[in-house]
Design a protein around this ligand. Structure first.
Ligand SMILES: [Zn+2]
Length: 144
């Protein structure tokens, strides 16, 4: 996917061999935010900086969507090719819960609390033919 462009810039480090979600950290109170915020929602302070939020978390809750995705998840799918997909909230080590599409798409593949990892997926091509990518989470691979 070298040469691929993020569908929405600034959500994850890219290009990167080991992409990380990008958010912000409030230097006054320590609150994280995703996507990055210039003003802290916890203390209203303006003293924030961009922060890498990592590429792993645990599944906080999930559901299976059985209708076509909306922006920013539009793909080349049509009603005929569309397959249901998982969507969930992944809790990051910093405590943030990030809404994300999930690779897994059947209930027997998903359970609350399971380890998840970030992955970058192709969405579609833009008008110039360049590949557009976005993030989703999938079940973490066993690392023995
Ligand atoms: Zn703050």
């Amino acid at each position: 996917m070298s040469g691929a462009k993020p569908l929405h810039p600034g959500l994850f480090t890219w290009p990167d061999q080991n992409p990380s979600l990008l958010g912000s950290l409030c230097l006054d109170c320590g609150e994280h935010a995703f996507p990055s915020q210039r003003s802290c929602r916890a203390c209203s302070g303006q003293n924030t900086r961009d922060a890498e939020l990592g590429n792993a978390g645990t599944l906080w809750t999930w559901t299976i969507q059985s209708f076509m995705p909306k922006t920013p998840y539009l793909t080349d799918e049509t009603p005929e090719t569309f397959r249901p997909y998982g969507v969930g909230y992944v809790e990051l080590p910093c405590g943030l819960k990030v809404e994300s599409r999930l690779r897994e798409n059947t209930p027997d593949q998903l359970r609350i609390g399971m380890p998840m990892q970030l992955e970058i997926i192709s969405v579609r091509k833009d008008e110039k033919g360049d590949e557009l990518v976005t993030f989703q989470f999938c079940a973490a691979k066993e690392t023995h």
